[in-house]
Design a binder for this molecule. Structure first.
Ligand code: NAP
Length: 508
């Protein structure tokens, strides 16, 4: 089945595979191109109405039922492992080994959310007991818990065809919360989306869920995404992608007659601060590690550590030399889409063209390929040129040589909102690190000591988000169990008879 898989190219709308009038051709890195329906506002409307209908049962289903559904999706995805490995690798150019790892992460995420909701602490149940004798006013009985918000829209991400797409973290956390989901698939991997949607459909049938609980709309036009964000029945949106696209959709969500939360995970350069004792003790090793993190997956990770900041001197020469030598060995590779490769070169050229950073390594890759690029600048130049602060999505590194510790803190104060900030440090660096911490805590959602930000653990204590432009809502995460909070809202019940309370609250 796997080698001969032929996508039919239809949307999955509430349990039915539906074709559209127009089609677009997929653009795989290898293997044949296929035709996929172009989803339009009418398709989104049909899916949203089915999702709303499904919410009346799914939104009130038990945690055990939803956990069984999430586990069934994971099982159905595993049952399609071979097909997924082939089609996802063809569509994205990512090696099958990476796809298989990502599949494990995706099914692991679904199972983690199943366990998480069964535990029930995410409901954050609270109870203030009544005091009818209180003066001057009696105190009411108040009970509170978290309820699902309603149908949720999810945008598949280009750089994670499985873990942040059709059945990825946004979908898993919304379904776990009790929210039906409509996914706008990413045009970079529509065949993968179709297989995964088939897995979700099979799980719906196996566990007897309402078919409107999940729909996938394939599309390569803005109309589908805009319709999803502005549809009155959609109550929240999860997104991973560019700052430009995410901001445009955020604005649409905010400008609706009824504004809704838009959880966008956008851009981050993930600065790495190289503190002097660590740099002196192991500059070359850190340089090699940085180069590895920078080029993993052709640099197409939101946690890619795009900028390294160090005190100018001989130790930074050692670091930079080792990083450059490691980067020179990295072969050019295809990026996820031709558009992303173009955007990479434009971003790199724009920074190089500013004339305030010198190229240590300039890739000659063309077309859909990209190879590593390494630039170097000074703290003075970096502070004077905000254009140097932006993300270049791909295998791009910038070294910033600062003149002293105060300038390092000034650079830290100057960085935009980040997903992560990293300190490479030894014990002798503790004082400088401690002076950076209050700044970095205000900048990023995750602070790392002596590691690199790529490789995001999916767990209870993970935070994958941060101040804008890292994300559009710094209070939440898109990875880890806390991600469920995005799709919940608290409801309080005052003096309510037990018979009228939600089961989860009545039993608490
Ligand atoms: P993107 O252009 O932001 O697109 C993501 C999704 O949003 C796609 O489904 C796209 O639909 C839709 N979309 C974008 N702008 C829209 C708008 N104005 N109205 C309606 N829908 C809109 O991201 P991408 O395609 O994944 O990659 C492009 C760039 O995004 C990369 O070069 C990189 O800079 C950045 N990126 C960042 C991350 C990260 O984790 N920070 C991850 C991936 C990509 P269409 O495809 O139909 O346009």
């Amino acid at each position: 089945m796997s080698q001969n898989f032929e996508p039919h190219g239809k949307h999955l709308i509430a349990g039915e595979w539906v074709g559209g009038e127009k089609a677009f051709s997929s653009d795989p890195v290898s293997g044949p191109s296929h035709q996929f329906s172009v989803g339009m506002a009418a398709d989104v409307d049909r899916a949203a109405k089915a999702a709303e209908e499904a919410f009346w049962t799914y939104g009130y289903s038990s945690r055990t039922e939803r956990a069984a559904f999430l586990n069934a999706i994971a099982d159905e995805i595993e049952a399609r492992a071979e097909t997924i490995a082939v089609i996802a690798s063809q569509e994205t150019g990512l090696p099958e080994a990476r796809i298989n790892t990502e599949r494990g992460r995706t099914t692991g995420q679904l199972r983690l959310f199943a366990k998480h909701i069964e535990k029930g602490d995410y409901l954050d149940r609270r109870h203030d007991t009544a005091n009818p004798e209180r003066q001057p006013m009696p105190k009411p009985d108040l009970k509170l818990m978290q309820l699902p918000v309603g149908p949720v829209g999810v945008f598949g991400a280009s750089n994670f065809p499985l873990a942040f797409s059709t059945a990825g973290g946004d979908t898993a956390s919304a379904l776990a919360a009790g929210c039906p989901v409509i996914v706008k698939g990413h045009q970079a991997h529509p065949g993968t989306g179709e297989v995964v949607a088939g897995a979700i459909d099979a799980a719906i049938k196996k566990t007897g869920q309402h078919p409107g609980v999940f729909s996938l709309i394939q599309s390569n036009v803005r109309e589908a995404g805009e319709a999803l964000v502005t549809h009155p029945l959609i109550k929240a949106v999860g997104f991973t992608g560019s700052v430009g696209g995410g901001r445009a959709l955020f604005n649409l969500a905010a400008n609706r007659p009824e504004p809704i939360p838009f959880y966008g995970e956008l851009g981050s350069v993930n600065p790495v601060f190289l503190l002097p004792a660590a740099l002196s003790a192991r500059g070359a090793k850190i340089g090699e590690g940085w180069a590895g993190s920078l080029t993993m997956g052709v640099g197409q990770f939101c946690t890619n550590p795009g900028v390294a900041i160090a005190l100018d001197g001989a130790d930074v020469d050692t670091f930079a030399g080792a990083a450059q030598a490691a980067l020179e060995k990295v072969l050019e590779q295809p990026m996820l889409t031709a558009g992303i490769a173009d955007a990479y070169r434009r971003g790199r050229d724009q920074l190089s063209g500013l004339g305030c950073a010198k190229a240590r390594l300039a890739s000659k890759a063309e077309g859909r390929n990209a190879g590593p690029d390494l630039l170097e600048t000074t703290g003075d130049e970096w502070l004077a040129n905000p254009d140097l602060h932006h993300e270049v999505f791909g295998p791009f590194g910038l070294i910033v040589r600062v003149k002293d510790e105060e300038q390092m803190r000034e650079v830290a104060r100057g960085v935009e909102g980040q997903l992560t900030c990293t300190l490479q440090m030894d014990d002798a660096d503790t004082e400088l690190a401690a002076s950076l911490m209050p700044i970095l805590q205000r900048k990023a959602g995750r602070l790392i000591a002596n590691g690199f930000p790529t490789g995001v653990e999916v767990s209870d204590a993970m935070m994958h988000g941060g101040p804008y432009p890292a994300s559009t809502n710094a209070s939440t995460t898109s990875v880890g169990t806390l991600a469920i909070r995005r799709f919940l809202r608290p409801v309080a019940y005052q003096d309510m008879p037990a018979a009228l309370l939600p089961v989860d609250l009545a039993q608490a």
